[in-house]
Design a binder for this molecule. Structure first.
Ligand SMILES: [Zn+2]
Length: 291
């Protein structure tokens, strides 16, 4: 049983969007760091390290790294959580936890974490990734310096600027009367089907990416492409733009490099669908409710 909601009011309420943190987390760049008591986000390869006792899971608190915890790199200030400084530190995957600690996945289909903790941990992991990947200038190889007041980096040697990259993807529910076109990738759990999705290409509008991805992966063309909403997808750093589209023509022809299968399903005989935490499921649930 997951503490995540089963239904979401709108796409902005989906996990990993900042609305999930509203009122509890105020983001700040690392140069706003302040000393004293604070919360610790200890991130280890898709997992958050927490204290667990009879009252449940809690973020560790203190002015220094908790006793017995060894970080792989110096901790970083990322803002305030519940009014206290919030610091993130990367912990090695092989680190053995002291008693009273647990590792909880924030990318699991059915997380044990609250939506707040999972969204905060996923945000922290993206920041750690950016810090790791922005040490050196990709133009000249020099060491990058932090730009004051933000997450950007600058190169003192060639004056290049770098900013965190978030990769846009489209995901689309394709429908025709009484049926949905669903697809599955080989690495998904057996029997589960989802929606066609893909990365935006050079020179494309989001709607054009929808048309191209659907044609490439399934051989069909679509019309009446409608934007519904978006979801931050921090695995590792995408923004998923969700659409619906109506079948316009063409014969189904599955791209075996991208998909294991794609087929039309009757609305009355759908297979296992993606977990409720994803915009894919939101689009499906909304379509089924409106039928
Ligand atoms: Zn440079």
């Amino acid at each position: 049983m997951s503490p995540f909601p089963r239904h979401y009011l709108s796409t902005i309420h989906l996990p990993f969007n900042s609305t999930c943190l509203a009122g509890r987390f105020t983001p700040q760049p690392p140069d706003a760091a302040c000393a004293g008591e604070g919360y610790w986000l200890l991130i280890s390869a898709g997992e958050l390290l927490l204290r667990e006792d009879a009252t449940g899971l809690s973020l560790p608190r203190g002015s220094a790294l908790p006793a017995g915890i060894i970080a792989a790199a110096p901790p970083l200030h990322i803002g305030h959580w519940d009014g206290l400084p919030c610091r993130v530190a990367a912990i090695s995957r092989n680190f053995s936890l002291p008693p009273g600690w647990v590792r909880e996945s924030f990318s699991a289909a059915v997380p044990r974490l609250s939506i707040e903790f999972a969204s905060l941990a996923a945000l922290a992991q993206q920041i750690l990734r950016w810090e790791k990947e922005s040490r050196y200038c990709s133009t000249c190889g020099g060491s990058l310096s932090r730009v004051a007041g933000g997450w950007g980096k600058s190169c003192p040697d060639c004056q290049s600027l770098r900013f965190p990259a978030i990769h846009p993807c489209v995901i689309v529910l394709i429908h025709r009367p009484g049926e949905l076109l669903l697809a599955r990738k080989a690495e998904w759990p057996a029997g589960r089907y989802g929606l066609v999705a893909g990365f935006l290409d050079f020179g494309e509008a989001l709607e054009e990416a929808v048309q191209r991805e659907v044609l490439e992966e399934t051989g069909i063309s679509v019309k009446d492409i409608r934007y519904i909403g978006s979801q931050a997808w921090p695995f590792p750093g995408q923004i998923m733009a969700g659409f619906t589209a109506e079948y316009a023509g063409g014969e189904l022809c599955v791209d075996a490099h991208e998909l294991e299968d794609a087929r039309w399903f009757s609305l009355d005989a759908l297979p296992e669908l993606p977990p409720p935490r994803s915009i894919a499921r939101f689009l499906l649930d909304q379509h089924l409710e409106q039928r």
